[in-house]
Design a protein. Structure first.
Length: 69
């Protein structure tokens, strides 16, 4: 099974909220409104697709996706 690792660069995130609005099963907001990853290792097609959708819509390109081992 393919897994994907998801991270958000806190130095790039400006809190537009697109990640947690578009993909609430993968992301949430921290106390300042910046994106935060709920689970760093995704193992379902639905969650991987949601993370990809959020990454494509992040204005700062703060979301990084990489294949897990």
């Amino acid at each position: 099974m393919t897994t994907m690792r998801v991270t958000i660069d806190a130095n790039l995130c400006e809190g537009h909220g697109r990640c947690y609005v578009l993909s609430p099963d993968v992301f949430t907001a921290d106390e300042e409104g910046n994106g935060e990853v709920l689970g760093r290792e995704l193992d379902s097609e639905e969650l991987i697709a949601a993370a990809e959708r959020a990454a494509k819509n992040c204005p700062e390109s703060a979301i990084a996706l990489s294949l897990g081992l």
